[in-house]
Design a protein around this ligand. Structure first.
Ligand SMILES: Cc1cc2nc3c(=O)[nH]c(=O)nc-3n(C[C@H](O)[C@H](O)[C@H](O)COP(=O)(O)O)c2cc1C
Length: 200
């Protein structure tokens, strides 16, 4: 499978079987996903990998039981693996204070950064992970933490200052219960609408 194939084939999968991943595969996927570019070569993305009770706890923290009956994607909760890439803010603040980076003028204060590179890098890693999952013949869905980032950090002892861009559910797609979504049904915008040649 080429990268182009993986990009074309990938669609968000929101319905999984409980079949576990092949032994060793998850570590291999994360090891490859962390090779994406990072600002200043900070390598400041770390991965919270959840299986078994970790997955149960994740949903307990982010989706109260009384809301599950109306949750439109029950098959998402079955995914055997969740990976949450975190941008380790302090690594970036430290790195851009080093002598070869200090001229970039990025402040020690995270809120002053025009682009928070820790989020950029975490998003890159999340995308690479999704392509690798497709290449491995599995399904995945990237989804937001919404207001639950702090609660997830607390439950799993994530260090202060770390920021999550989202979570990636990974597993074997359950084609028997798969259904479409309002988002998925939106057509792809024509290339001419998004490609601006020379000027907008
Ligand atoms: C930043 C971001 C947040 C997303 N959040 C959710 C989410 O909370 N729940 C969900 O089911 N899908 C979520 N998605 C998946 C999108 O809905 C999906 O990528 C989009 O509809 C296009 O469909 P496709 O991934 O099948 O191409 C998110 C995707 C991104 C990039």
């Amino acid at each position: 499978m080429t990268v182009a194939d993986a990009l074309s084939d990938r669609r968000s999968c929101r319905s999984f079987t409980d079949q576990p991943l092949a032994p060793g595969l998850l570590d291999d996927l994360v090891d490859r996903a962390r090779r994406t570019p990072t600002a200043g070569n900070c390598q400041g993305v770390e991965f919270l990998v959840l299986e078994g009770k970790g997955v149960v706890d994740y949903w307990d923290v982010t989706l109260p039981v009384d809301l599950r009956e109306t949750f439109p994607w029950p098959g998402l909760l079955v995914a055997p693996v969740l990976v949450v890439p975190w941008g380790m803010t302090d690594r970036y603040l430290d790195r851009y204070g080093e002598s070869d980076k200090v001229n970039a003028g990025l402040s020690r204060s995270a809120g002053d950064w025009p682009v928070p590179y820790w989020l950029t890098d975490a998003a890159f890693a999340a995308m690479a992970l999704q392509l690798l999952v497709v290449e491995a013949g599995l399904g995945c869905c990237f989804f937001g933490l919404f207001g639950h980032e702090g609660a997830v950090a607390e439950r799993f002892d994530v260090p202060e200052g770390a920021r999550a861009v989202g979570a990636v559910a990974i597993g074997h797609p359950d084609l028997t219960t798969a259904r479409s979504s309002g988002s998925a049904e939106r057509g792809r915008r024509p290339l001419d609408e998004v490609l601006h040649r020379g000027e907008w």
